[in-house]
Ligand binder design. Structure first.
Ligand SMILES: [Fe+2]
Length: 170
């Protein structure tokens, strides 16, 4: 029986490629060496693959991360690769270990760059400004949605926005 998966649409495919290229470019602009920049490309390339087997939007980062383990569990689960795995698993979500006061957040470069790229490429794969991307999420899910409020928090956390747009919502 066919399961009710969201699946990777044509638009999503363009978004994935756009985020991969944007993550590479951001890492390059930040002065990282070529291998790390390509690692960031791979972050973007893999981050949304879980949509193919996700039944709801919120579970796709976990499925993407789990599928990463299917490639080579031993390599990916090693300490060296951990930030990569965690960035995939936590993209678009709060980093693990974050407290209410946001006081003890450990943000890796992988998490920062993947989310910076994801928040500057729209759902069709076009490069957009952060505020355009946030407006798009607001229009799709609603001003009070978890998706929009979390996206605002993350943009602020990683330094993409100087103020937290979500703080203005009453
Ligand atoms: Fe995603």
């Amino acid at each position: 029986m066919q399961q009710n998966f969201i699946g990777i649409s044509e638009n999503r495919l363009h978004h994935i490629l756009g985020v991969a290229r944007k993550a590479y470019k951001i890492a390059k602009d930040m002065g990282f060496e070529e291998d790390f920049c390509r690692r960031c490309f791979m972050l973007g390339w893999i981050h949304d693959v879980g949509y193919e087997f996700a039944e709801n939007q919120s579970e796709h980062p976990y499925i993407s991360a789990k599928m990463l383990l299917l490639i080579n569990e031993d390599t990916v689960a090693s300490d060296l690769k951990k930030p990569f795995y965690k960035a995939i698993k936590e993209h678009g979500r709060y980093p693990s270990g974050m407290t209410e006061e946001h006081s003890e957040i450990k943000i890796t470069e992988e998490y920062r760059i993947l989310n910076m790229a994801d928040m500057q490429v729209d759902s069709q794969g076009n490069e957009v400004s952060v505020s355009q991307r946030l407006d798009d999420i607001k229009n799709r899910y609603g001003e009070h949605s978890d998706q929009y409020l979390t996206a605002c928090d993350i943009c602020y956390l990683i330094g993409l926005t100087a103020v937290n747009f979500a703080a203005n919502i009453t």
